[in-house]
Design a protein around this ligand. Sequence first.
Ligand code: CP
Length: 335
Amino acid sequence: MRHLLSAADLDHDAAVGVLDTAEAMAATQGRTMKKLPTLRGRTVVNLFFEDSTRTRISFEAAAKRLSADVINFSAKGSSVSKGESLKDTAQTLQAMGADGVVIRHQASGAPHRLAHSGWIDVPVLNAGDGTHQHPTQALLDAFTLRRHLHARGVITAWRVAGATPAPTGSDLAGTSVVIVGDVLHSRVARSNVQLLSTLGARVTLVGPPTLLPVGIDGWPATVRYDLDEAVEADAPDAVMMLRVQRERMSSAGGGFFPSPQEYHRRYGLDGPRLRALPEHAIVMHPGPMNRGLEISAEAADSPRSTIVEQVANGVSVRMAVLYLLLSGGTDGGIS
Ligand code: CP
């Protein structure tokens, strides 16, 4: 594989390979000298047509910790505002010596177009496209899940002997993950459903019918409309709360139904629901959060929350992906 465009690009062994490579990267990040020489002399371009805090900064940190040069491009303030096309923008950046392009775009399919149009000839990494895919988010979520569930004894089957303390070689077989909320607009949900099922997890999607997409019955997941029922029936090892994407609702001309108050009452992770979860279950959110809507401050800031840790793990996961795609190595099946 030359590019990372979708969670579907990763089969089981490739996905575990990326997670294991990310563990190896994470092991280097506790050192005083965090930088590795791996991508010295290479240039990574971060091409962001849509706002981002976590993904943009963590791709930049990951590339720099691998000693790559980084060019950050933001559509705001660029010649895109004068009508310059994606093709011309990308070719301009390749002319400046890009060896890899990380792209976030509001249009679903833009990274695929960039990778397969012949406009540029370097690896393309999807940092989130429309409502379609966000594969590195799913990888960092799986990385976080694997670590926590291993530490709590939920994952016990190791495929590689003696690889302690990291859960190297293991997948998420037998675990239960409940993903809650605005699935309709969520590239995080789409990527996670694909990757988690590839890794053997049972996935449940919960949300109001108005925020679940047409065709969801064909996804490799159980669909429910009642969060309390899901917590009781599916005994989740993790609940992943999705951001309610009000900006995509208004751009589509749609309203927010149910109302924010009703949504929080029925689908928000509040204190009582937090306490109803299995004792070992963790609370996840990709960020940015709408506190008081899909998640209460009590849940977001609780000791069971992995939200800040997910951000930190994102650097190790993106280091792994950049290394595997740009170094020409074969580890993890990404080569
Ligand atoms: N989770 C995520 O993609 O966050 P950002 O939009 O801040 O990058």
